[in-house]
Design a protein around this ligand. Structure first.
Ligand SMILES: [Zn+2]
Length: 253
């Protein structure tokens, strides 16, 4: 997961938000929440977010070839109906993260601080789920090479409780995703690692820097899949002290 920049909201969204909020208030107050009442008008917003997020899920960074049916509400619409059309609450996510893993879950550090209907966020809320549009997820989650399985797995960075909770809520440790992570490292990251190690063995500082600058910025392009993983794999094989020795810079994506 990397930081997402969703940009400015579409000009017609505020009017739509006003109309839909009035309608939701009437419907949900009388009959309770019903997902079907959210309607089908999200398509346009979803396409825009999909484009601005480089067609990647905001949580797992999987590339999604088509827009699909999932518009992600960071604060779930089932619990925060008044934020169902709030631009800062909307993200593009894959069905595996949004529907099958996260769904309606949105734990807080202190449940008593949960917003009441029609209150603006964040209020006193301290969400346990990392918001990729509001903070740098790399502060909370780190990929590490698991010594037992030999696989790259997401772990909380440092002792980040929110990192651990985010991995749990989104099921970022799910088997199918670990498989995709593994394939990504093998096909796209390790060839760069091996080539860089090879050049380092020659001791030619200039050649190392040239090779690094040719390969690393390209593999950390935000448009690529699983960039947070790529970053941590490079950091693992070329830790800071070694980078400093060669004069190499590893910038966060
Ligand atoms: Zn996903």
């Amino acid at each position: 997961m990397i930081r997402v920049h969703r940009g400015a909201e579409p000009s017609d969204l505020s009017e739509l938000r006003r109309v839909e909020r009035d309608r939701f208030r009437a419907v949900f107050a009388s009959r309770g929440f019903d997902r079907r009442e959210l309607g089908t008008r999200y398509t346009e917003v979803k396409t825009l977010l999909w484009q601005r997020q480089d067609a990647k899920c905001c949580y797992c960074e999987k590339l999604c070839e088509d827009v699909g049916s999932d518009l992600e509400h960071y604060r779930p619409a089932s619990r925060y109906w008044w934020l169902a059309w709030t631009w800062e609450n909307l993200l593009f996510a894959c069905p595996n993260c949004n529907r099958w893993a996260k769904n309606d879950e949105f734990p807080l550090a202190d449940e008593a601080a949960r917003l009441r209907p029609e209150e603006d966020p964040p209020g006193g809320e301290k969400p346990q789920l990392v918001d990729p549009a509001a903070e740098d997820p790399l502060d909370a989650i780190q990929f590490v090479l698991d010594a037992v399985s030999g696989r790259w797995v997401p772990r909380p960075r440092g002792a980040s409780v929110r990192g651990a909770e985010t991995i749990r809520i989104l099921e970022l440790n799910r088997q199918a995703l670990l498989e995709l992570f593994q394939r990504h490292v093998r096909q796209y990251v390790m060839p760069d690692v091996h080539r860089l190690q090879e050049v380092m063995r020659t001791g030619d500082e200039r050649a190392v820097r040239d090779e690094w600058n040719r390969r690393v910025p390209r593999s950390l392009q935000r448009t690529a899949s699983y960039v947070a993983l790529t970053y941590d794999v490079l950091d693992h094989f070329f830790p800071e002290n070694e980078r400093n020795r060669w004069g190499l810079v590893l910038s966060r994506p």
